[in-house]
Design a protein around this ligand. Structure first.
Ligand code: SF4
Length: 208
């Protein structure tokens, strides 16, 4: 089913997009919507927040599988968890949706804006903004901050929860059989689950 374009406003002149992907499930409905509306996405997978490495590799491989299945470009960002830890240093004990997450969004979206500039994309966006578990204001603030750091780029501050995309995400997650993560990503978010993997929740991005 094609989502009405009016549910999501496309900035004038946007025909291709560098899309920072937090994971395959969150990318799925957004990428489908972009393709349906003649916007060419390039997926940028950059999530050095994820710990441990095995978990990172599973999520990364799922994102790559998703892009390959659609024949769209996919860029592998670096994984340097130590550098990410330095960036959020002092905020380890913050709760989710707190200041650690603000820094985490900044870190990832700055890399996205720089990747956009390198690959001749003006516009960039993030699938983080599709998650009801995330603070949309924090994400948009981080995206606009990253835009200001990187000349020639623009952040598309879009609420990707609208227009039936949440429901479509759930459908696509099942259709693809995507791995459905059980915690946001960093070791601190894992600890906040009391070291138990919740049975249903996929907290980075979960909508199932
Ligand atoms: S809880 Fe998620 S968004 Fe927040 S710092 Fe950890 S990985 Fe980043």
């Amino acid at each position: 089913m094609k989502t009405p374009k009016s549910a999501i406003e496309v900035p004038e002149g946007l025909h291709k997009l560098l899309l920072h992907a937090c994971c395959a499930p969150c990318s799925s409905a957004i990428v489908e919507w972009l393709l349906q509306h003649d916007i060419v996405p390039t997926i940028f997978y950059f999530n050095p927040n994820i710990y441990p490495l095995d978990e990172y590799l599973i999520r990364k491989n799922e994102s790559q599988r998703h892009a390959r299945s659609l024949g769209i470009s996919w860029i592998d960002g670096d994984y340097n968890h130590s550098q990410w830890l330095q960036f959020i240093s002092g905020l380890e004990n913050e709760l989710e949706r707190g200041r650690r997450c603000e820094q985490c969004f900044r870190y990832r979206l700055l890399a996205a804006s720089q990747a956009a500039a390198r690959t001749n994309h003006c516009w960039f966006a993030t699938t983080l903004a599709s998650s009801r578990w995330k603070n949309l204001e924090q994400i948009n603030a981080a995206g606009l901050w990253a835009e200001q750091q990187t000349q020639g780029t623009r952040f598309w501050a879009q609420n990707w929860r609208k227009g039936g995309l949440q429901q479509r995400r759930t459908e696509l997650l099942r259709e693809y059989g995507f791995y459905n993560q059980q915690y946001c990503g960093c070791e601190f978010s894992f600890r906040q689950t009391d070291n138990k993997m919740p049975a249903q929740a996929d907290t980075e991005c979960s909508l199932t």
